[in-house]
Design a protein around this ligand. Structure first.
Ligand code: ACO
Length: 342
């Protein structure tokens, strides 16, 4: 049975920087101090109108493929994790497949495209699927993408400030490849607790209703703000995030007989600096082993961990031979962890 390792990482964030002060200029009654104190976020990136989630994923995917020494035609599957797909259906995976040029030329490659709907845990759910397929011999190279365009679908106003001040746009990607070397993904662990599905959700429509979106007298769909934008019970999310991230990280350590001290770098989902500081404190992890970029990008949901990995590799911080742990928690509630020998 081959091992599955991460052969390439890539990321892309749109160029437009939106600082906390820019949010104030956009009409949000807040202060930079409030946001920084509670979340650690100083700025985030917003995509321009006309740019979709699959568009952000294209340069991230190309970056990861190039660093893996592969082309899109080497892929056996695309796994696309997002909560902000370009459209309700089809998923963004097929859009990315087409934009990578796989349907063109004399020998098109109609590689499968799977969309993952697990929000902030989406990348680790995708890594779990990719690793399983590579280890089983069903695939040699799987592209796992996490990408989000939150800026179009958050309530950038005082009414929506609790949620909108947290989120930003971006994309990260990895290629998971087969190897006979003794390295790679040692394990992935997933969890979910559907009792909390409505603690962080964006309803937009209710498929049980006829029609599924209320319409006005002219038959035009009308969505109330409480359904149009994500709603969150921030304190419940915070409490469960700390608990489940600690648990998932310990599970990864126990299952691989790893003392947390042996882990070289920790890649936590970037929801909130305070959540991550709590988790690190609970597990007595040294600050210099926990990688952050939430200050610059905010919470990019499924994209946070692959962006972190790609940046850490570019900075020379993440090196071959290191043991790294990843952990995420998010809407669902869902969570996941991974232990990887880089
Ligand atoms: N600026 C100023 N005031 C604000 C802002 C803002 N951006 N957002 C909320 N407030 C106000 C609220 O309106 C409220 O005012 P009120 O008391 O007059 O009603 C007050 O601050 C307190 O609101 P809370 O929501 O109780 O604030 P809290 O201290 O819990 O902080 C926060 C909110 C930062 C969202 C916190 O709950 C949190 O970090 N939760 C974790 C959730 C999270 O990280 N979610 C990310 C997505 S899920 C994931 O990725 C894991």
């Amino acid at each position: 049975m081959p091992n599955a390792y991460i052969s390439g990482t890539g990321f892309y964030v749109p160029p437009r920087v939106v600082t906390n002060d820019d949010l104030i200029a956009m009409g949000v009654d807040t202060t930079s101090e409030w946001i920084v104190q509670r979340t650690g976020i100083e700025a985030r990136r917003y995509a321009d109108e006309g740019v979709g989630t699959s568009d952000l994923a294209v340069p991230a995917a190309r970056d990861a493929l190039e660093r893996a020494g592969l082309t899109a035609r080497d892929l056996d599957l695309i796994v696309f994790a997002t909560l902000s797909p370009d459209m309700a259906f089809p998923g963004s995976g097929v859009l990315l497949q087409q934009k990578l040029g796989l349907c063109e030329g004399p020998e098109p490659k109609f590689v499968g495209a799977l969309d993952v709907r697990n929000q902030c845990s989406g990348f680790l759910y995708g890594l779990h699927v990719a690793t399983g397929l590579v280890k089983s011999g069903s695939a040699r190279h799987v592209l796992v993408v996490g990408a989000e365009t939150h800026s179009a679908a958050i309530d950038i106003s005082t009414r929506g400030r609790t949620v909108s001040s947290l989120f930003g746009d971006g994309a990260g990607a990895v290629v998971v490849s087969a190897t006979d070397e003794d390295r790679g993904v040692r394990g992935t662990w997933l969890g979910a607790d559907g009792r909390y599905a409505e603690m962080l959700c964006q309803k937009v429509w209710d498929i049980r209703k006829r029609p599924f979106i209320p319409v006005d007298a002219n038959g035009v769909g009308q969505v109330e703000a409480s359904h149009m934008y994500a709603q969150m019970d921030g304190r419940t999310v915070f409490k469960h995030a700390v608990e489940k991230m600690c648990m998932a990280l310990m599970q990864a350590c126990w299952a691989t007989s790893t003392d947390p001290k042996e882990v070289d770098l920790f890649f936590f989902h970037q929801a909130n600096m305070r959540i991550n500081q709590y988790v690190a404190k609970q597990l007595s992890l040294p600050d210099d082993k926990v990688v952050h970029n939430i200050q610059r990008y905010g919470n990019t949901t499924a994209a946070t961990i692959p962006i972190l990995l790609a940046e850490a590799e570019r900075e020379g911080r993440l090196k071959r031979g290191m043991r790294v742990a990843m952990v995420a928690f998010g809407s669902g509630f869902t969570w996941g962890s991974a232990m990887v020998d880089w």
